[in-house]
Structures are given as structure tokens and as C-alpha cells.
Design a protein around this ligand. Structure first.
Ligand SMILES: Nc1ncnc2c1ncn2[C@@H]1O[C@H](COP(=O)(O)OP(=O)(O)OP(=O)(O)O)[C@@H](O)[C@H]1O
Length: 257
């Protein structure tokens, strides 16, 4: 049994068939980079993994259990646009999800519970390198720091899978390189399974252990929505040789990625 199995999944919005016949197996600890032309359904696929979008057909299993339709703590997500609360400090932003899960009504925790959550938050703040900024508000942080904050927030929930939707797209190249190192270390040290959508094929190659290219195999110019995208290339990236072969494969196919 694979860690995550996608079985014959289809997704359409009205008569717009976005994804069709997806059959994929992923093992724990893989880092899947997902690329493909704009609008081919990469984010839709992530949202289905998150449980935010219902499947039109088929099923996705995580450790043998069908994914519920509700977003779940087992799946953390980091978007390009940061999902932080502007009126809370870095520390409060990271603590809040745990506080609400422990005290769902008001989100206020006290005593030992609060102390434990704070310690856990401080540990993640240290991992993402924000210790010097714990009392700052999001608008006082750079883009890279805000992204670190979003990653720490996602990690607080100890997700089994981490979903990254173009997480570094808005960052300057230097900061991007730092973030690549950070996410690579977090992936390795926590045996996380990561799905990352990126428009930057170089980033996909650098970070991923496996590359999925989404594309439509069939096109009907008279009915552009009649066919959905599939994973047309599924290539390992675990060694330098794999990466070279993957690069050549894509160049030969002149895929629009
Ligand atoms: N909630 C929705 N309702 C209707 N159509 C939607 C919805 N979400 C996405 N779509 C459509 O599904 C298709 C795929 O969108 P999606 O955002 O998944 O593509 P993408 O590959 O992530 O694109 P990009 O690379 O530009 O972010 C598009 O045609 C889009 O218009």
C-alpha cells in the first residue's frame, strides 16, 4: 500500500473538464515538484489533496484511508500569498492554531497548556530562523520572513504532507535560495512528504525528488474544455543522473512547462 494513492481521479467545473484519469502513487518522504502550463489544474489538484475541492470522480487515499472533504491537520499548506493574521505578532500567529484546537471556543489557553504551545512555537520559530522577530507584526517583516512565518505555521500542526503552492514565487532570487535551503532541510529532517507547484522548472529540479508535468494529451480546438490535463511525465529526480535524463526528456518533448 502506498502512502498516498490517487485512483482514477477526475475534476470538472461545470462542463470544463480540468483533470482526467489521474492514477498516481506516492511514498512517504517523496518531494513532488509539479509543473505545467497556466490553468492546467495544478492548484486544483493541491486543493483536492487539501480536501478543499471535492473530486468529480475517483478517490484519493492517505495511508489507506479515503481523504475526507474537510481540510485536515494532516495536510499543511503554504501559499505564495501569506495566510497570516496582520494584528498578531510572529509568536502569536504561530501559537494561534494550536490555541484554537485546544480551546475551540475562545482560543485562550492558560498555564501549562499555554507554556507547552509557546515552547513548541519557539522551537519552530528557531527552525525557520525568526527568533529575532518574535514580537514583530507581519507588516514589519520582509517577504522572505513572512514566508518563513507561513511555513512555521504549517509545521505547528505536524502535517503528514506539506502542500506548497508557488511558495517562493514572490521572493527575490537571494532570499529564494535561502528558502530553498530551509525547505530542503525541513523536508529531510522531518521525513515529510511534500507537493510543490512551481512555475520555475529549475526550482522544481533543484528541490524535488520527483517531477510531475501536467498537460493535456488531447486537444479539440472546437471544444477546448472537453479534455482534462493528466500527468504526462512522471520522472525521478533523486540523483544527478535522473535530473539530467529528466531535463533531456523535457527538452526533447518541448513541453510547455
Ligand atoms: N473554483 C473554481 N470554479 C470554476 N473554475 C475553476 C475554479 N478553480 C479553478 N478553476 C478552473 O480550473 C482550471 C485550472 O485552474 P488551476 O488554478 O488549478 O490551474 P493552475 O495549473 O494551478 O494554473 P496557474 O499555473 O496559472 O496557477 C482553470 O481553467 C480555472 O479557471
Amino acid at each position: 500500500m502506498s502512502f498516498l494513492s490517487v485512483k482514477n481521479v477526475y475534476k470538472s467545473y461545470g462542463d470544463n473538464l480540468v483533470l482526467e484519469r489521474l492514477n498516481l502513487n506516492v511514498e512517504r518522504g517523496e518531494f513532488i515538484s509539479m509543473v505545467g502550463a497556466s490553468g492546467c489544474g495544478k492548484s486544483t489538484f493541491l486543493n483536492m489533496l487539501l480536501g478543499k475541492e471535492a473530486l468529480s470522480k475517483g478517490e484519493i487515499f492517505l495511508e489507506g484511508k479515503s481523504l475526507s472533504q474537510e481540510p485536515d491537520a494532516e495536510r499543511g499548506i503554504v501559499f505564495q500569498k501569506y495566510s497570516v493574521f496582520p494584528h498578531l505578532t510572529v509568536l502569536q500567529n504561530i501559537m494561534i492554531a494550536d490555541e484554537f484546537s485546544q480551546a475551540p471556543l475562545l482560543g485562550w489557553t492558560f498555564g501549562a497548556t499555554k507554556k507547552n504551545i509557546k515552547q513548541k512555537a519557539l522551537d519552530f520559530i528557531s527552525i525557520v530562523g525568526l527568533t529575532a522577530a518574535i514580537h514583530k507584526y507581519p507588516n514589519e517583516l520582509s517577504g522572505g520572513m513572512q514566508q518563513r512565518l507561513a511555513i512555521a505555521q504549517a509545521l505547528m500542526k505536524s502535517p503528514k504532507i506539506l502542500l506548497l503552492d508557488e511558495p517562493f514565487g514572490a521572493l527575490d532570487p537571494g532570499i529564494r535560495a535561502d528558502m530553498h535551503e530551509l525547505i530542503h532541510d525541513i523536508w529531510q529532517q522531518n521525513n515529510l512528504t511534500i507537493f510543490m507547484v512551481t512555475h520555475d522548472i529549475k526550482e522544481g529540479f533543484e528541490l524535488g525528488s520527483r517531477l510531475w508535468v501536467f498537460d493535456k494529451l488531447r486537444h479539440d480546438p472546437q471544444a477546448p474544455n472537453a479534455y482534462g490535463a493528466q500527468v504526462t511525465f512522471d520522472l525521478p529526480l533523486t540523483t544527478k543522473k535522473h535530473k539530467k535524463i529528466a531535463q533531456e526528456t523535457l527538452e526533447e518533448s518541448s513541453q510547455n512547462v
